[in-house]
Design a protein around this ligand. Structure first.
Ligand SMILES: Cc1cc2nc3c(=O)[nH]c(=O)nc-3n(C[C@H](O)[C@H](O)[C@H](O)COP(=O)(O)OP(=O)(O)OC[C@H]3O[C@@H](n4cnc5c(N)ncnc54)[C@H](O)[C@@H]3O)c2cc1C
Length: 539
């Protein structure tokens, strides 16, 4: 993950496949292609996962509501993928039992839900022990005493997985690099290069050095998420189906303000469904689903978005009495969906689709975080079929490629590592409760972070730990700025908001020392962090 080395390689080598976009879709394609032996490159115009892939509900889920829309194939594929992605990264994709309260006069009703969940489990091949369990009204209220009791008829518990979307994306990027891919963040594809009307590479711009250069590749894949149509326009191929962007917002409150006992998926009066998910010292709530035509590079939560979610929570959990003053942070993301005439934001399919232009550009849009592996397989199969049928490449093998830090025999070993860390953290004057979060985010890579911390400890253990994580982000994960670290490498921005102001300056000083920044650069970076901190609560 050495950025300057990778940039040199991008300039000097020619590639079989070049991918535009370092979200989960592009990352998955890069890993699939590189692991099959294609000479692969990827460019990301900002930081990895800075688009939609750090702004999701952070669930690896089968998409229960797609069953309502009768999308059986989609549910089967993403549902089955959950267990596979869990096996590839058991620390990062962790089982989460979801409570689904059922109501007298709204939602699907008790029996239809019971049958629906049975089909859901069956389509996804869920193990018997994890299959759905229907609950009586009393059992449902015992599971979640904060629920408004009035019209609760019963409930269901079913199995999903929760993750950290940005870390999952970065894990896949790292694995692609170790399989030979040349990958660079802050490198924008600004145009295509053609030879006899066929794409043979891209013009790229290094956003850090401001240098422009060309990258040669036999095949170019556009995995730019919400920006897919922009690149299709650049390629004069935005014809036929087009993207339909919808915005989804999440808000984060301190756990004690919405102490749900487990993740819960509940109906709201307008017929939509919303998650409330406990994560460490917080609970996050989402999401909205509204058409979006604004600036794709700057998507923020509005007062109306926050109000919608607060109201939904207060309707369902009347004792919560949430107000906007409880919101510690928020994030807003864009779903890059495929437009379907006459359908509203919530009705649009989440299926992925591949478009091919006359000049050879392959674009992929739609889909889910959860389905990244199968989407990648379809794209790479197409690339090989179309452009490399004269060469012998193996079938997709990502089902066997364990993500960095994920080499655990079974989930119990993840929990074992957590307990083993407690005494090590104690010796460093750090709370044992940190172990869960550390293992969740880094898996076995946490051992590198703790080794570094033990060699560099001072009298400020909490800050030492933050800086050890920053060290890891710079040296192992291509973090270029404090925001890359605070937001996408560590999750601190959204989930540790009260403490973050204490850590901002030491983190900036650390980055400045490691990356040899001038005073002017330090001030610029501080400005960017402060702007981000403001935006996540500024409504
Ligand atoms: C609110 C919300 C909640 C969601 N919840 C879930 C969930 O819980 N589970 C789930 O499975 N899915 C979920 N999804 C869907 C999932 O997050 C997306 O399908 C997925 O993240 C899309 O990834 P992507 O790589 O296609 O797009 P992105 O992550 O946006 O990546 C595209 C990348 O391309 C880069 N790019 C654009 N133009 C260029 C260029 N010219 N040069 C170089 N790079 C460029 C961008 O900077 C960006 O990083 C959710 C989506 C939203 C919005």
């Amino acid at each position: 993950m050495n950025r300057s080395y990778n940039i040199q390689q991008l300039k000097s080598e020619s590639f079989d496949l070049l991918i535009i976009g370092g979200g989960i879709t592009g990352a998955g394609i890069a890993l699939d292609a590189a692991s099959r032996g294609l000479k692969t490159a990827l460019v990301e115009k900002s930081d990895f996962a800075s688009g939609t892939s750090s702004r999701s509900t952070k669930l690896i889920h089968g998409g229960l509501r797609y069953l309502k829309q009768l999308e059986f194939a989609l549910v089967k594929e993403v549902g089955s993928e959950r267990a596979i992605v869990h096996r590839l990264a058991p620390h990062l994709v962790v089982p989460e039992k979801m409570l689904l309260p059922l109501y007298e006069k709204r939602g699907l009703g008790y029996w239809l839900t019971s049958i629906g969940l049975k089909i859901y489990d069956w389509l996804a091949g869920v193990k018997e022990a994890d299959q759905r369990r229907m609950l009586t009204r009393a059992q449902t209220l015992a599971h979640e005493p904060m629920l408004k009791t009035d019209d609760v008829k019963g409930g269901a518990i079913y199995a999903e997985y929760r993750t950290d979307d940005a870390r999952l994306t970065i894990g896949i990027i790292k694995l692609a690099v170790s399989n030979g891919a040349r990958i660079c963040n802050y490198t924008e594809a600004t145009d295509f290069i053609y030879d006899q009307e066929r794409i043979v590479g891209i013009k790229a711009s290094d956003k850090i050095s401001k240098e422009d250069f060309e990258i040669k590749a036999i095949t170019v894949v556009n995995a730019a998420g919400p920006w897919v149509d922009e690149l299709r326009s650049l390629n004069h191929s935005k014809k036929g189906k087009q993207l339909h962007l919808t915005k989804g917002v999440h808000i984060v409150v301190p756990y004690h303000r919405l102490p749900v006992r487990q993740a819960i998926y509940f109906d709201v009066p307008d017929g939509r469904m919303i998650f409330a998910i406990p994560r460490g010292r917080t609970t996050y709530i989402g999401t909205t689903d509204t058409d979006y035509q604004g600036d794709k590079n700057h998507v923020v939560t509005t007062r109306e978005d926050a109000h919608y979610l607060i109201q939904a929570v207060n309707e369902t959990f009347p004792s919560a009495l949430l107000t906007s003053a409880d919101i510690e942070s928020s994030w807003a993301g864009l779903r890059p969906l495929i437009h379907e005439e006459g359908k509203s934001a919530s009705e649009l399919s989440r299926k992925d689709e591949i478009f091919e232009s006359n000049s050879g550009l392959i674009s992929i849009a739609g889909g889910k975080l959860t389905g990244y592996r199968k989407m990648a397989e379809r794209v790479v199969d197409k690339v090989i079929d179309r452009d490399f049928s004269d060469r012998d490449f193996p079938q997709c093998k990502t089902e066997e490629l364990i993500l960095p830090g994920g080499d655990f025999h079974e989930y119990a070993d993840v929990k074992k590592l957590e307990s083993e860390l407690v005494s090590r953290l104690d010796a460093l004057n750090l709370p044992g409760s940190e172990a869960t979060n550390l293992v969740h985010l880094y898996g076995r890579q946490v051992l590198l972070i703790l080794d570094h911390l033990e060699k560099n400890k001072t009298e400020h253990p909490e800050c030492d730990l933050i800086l050890a994580k920053a060290w890891f982000a710079i040296h192992y994960e291509m973090a270029i700025s404090p925001l890359d670290f605070i937001n996408r490498r560590s999750g601190l921005l959204y989930f540790n908001h009260p403490k973050i102001s204490r850590w901002v300056q030491p983190v900036i000083d650390y980055f400045a020392a490691e990356l040899q920044w001038s005073e002017t650069e330090k001030i610029k970076q501080l400005g960017e962090v402060n702007q981000a901190l403001k935006e996540i609560v500024n409504f």
